[in-house]
Design a protein around this ligand. Structure first.
Ligand SMILES: [Fe+2]
Length: 245
């Protein structure tokens, strides 16, 4: 019988119908990165489960403003957008004080990273990283430049659709979840071999943020809404999730 007090279990079993197999040869990188041997289950240590705890006063005033947090001599180039949404658990309860970190390419599709050698230029006024913490309703928001698509070495003309990488921390490092958000209407989404590793079309759709004109700032920024559900049938698909759905 299921215990009634929380926590009643350390792991949720992974839903294999939603999560891609580790080895998905159409995404060539997965061939070398997928495990060659059966996995070992590890017990979480107490420090992994209990720490750290994040609070709002640990963030700087521009941490959730990617338009301004790296600007030096001017504003970054590109389409100004707001991304906002809620973080919910499987029972649609808000997940409070979750640290939400984001990183992305600039408007030309180039990351500020020494290993990114794509021809698109670095934007001197755009860093591409930010973070925020959910409030008591589970809501989060940040402002940024819409990232550009970029090519990668998979097949000829393999391009990543425009996307923003997300990392979420709950109340412990062992709970880190990582995923990517895509933009409604992007024609590259059906061609992306990384997205195609997700077997459930509905799970793919939940990674696509719809345009949200109600949250747009007139004459300033468009907005996209990206809600994140941690578990259950409507969960967001996380690329690293060890504890199922
Ligand atoms: Fe990326």
């Amino acid at each position: 019988m299921k215990p009634t007090t929380w926590p009643y279990g350390e792991f949720y079993q992974r839903n294999r119908a939603q999560h891609p197999p580790a080895l998905t040869p159409a995404y060539k990188t997965s061939v070398l990165r997928s495990p060659q041997k059966s996995l070992i289950s590890l017990q979480n240590s107490l420090s992994e489960i209990t720490g750290p705890v994040f609070s709002h006063d640990e963030l700087g005033p521009l941490d959730n403003d990617l338009i301004m947090n790296y600007a030096k001599e001017g504003l970054p180039v590109g389409e100004r957008i707001i991304v906002h949404g809620y973080v919910w658990d499987e029972n649609a309860r808000p997940v409070r004080n979750a640290l939400v970190e984001v990183w992305q390419a600039n408007a030309g599709g180039r990351y500020r990273h020494k290993k990114d050698t794509y021809i698109a230029p670095i934007d001197p006024n755009f860093g591409g990283c930010g973070r925020t913490i959910t409030d008591d309703t589970g809501a989060y928001a940040f402002r940024t430049i819409k990232p550009g698509a970029y090519p990668f070495r998979n097949y000829v003309n393999s391009w990543r659709p425009a996307h923003i990488h997300f990392s979420l921390f709950g109340s412990g490092f062992a709970q880190r979840l990582i995923t990517q958000m895509y933009f409604e209407g992007d024609p590259l989404i059906p061609h992306d071999q990384i997205i195609a590793t997700i077997p459930d079309p509905a799970a793919i759709q939940r990674l696509v943020a719809p345009l949200d004109l109600n949250a747009a700032l007139p004459l300033d920024s468009l907005a996209y809404r990206f809600d994140i559900v941690l578990r259950g049938r409507r969960q967001t698909w996380f690329e690293n999730k060890p504890q199922g759905s």
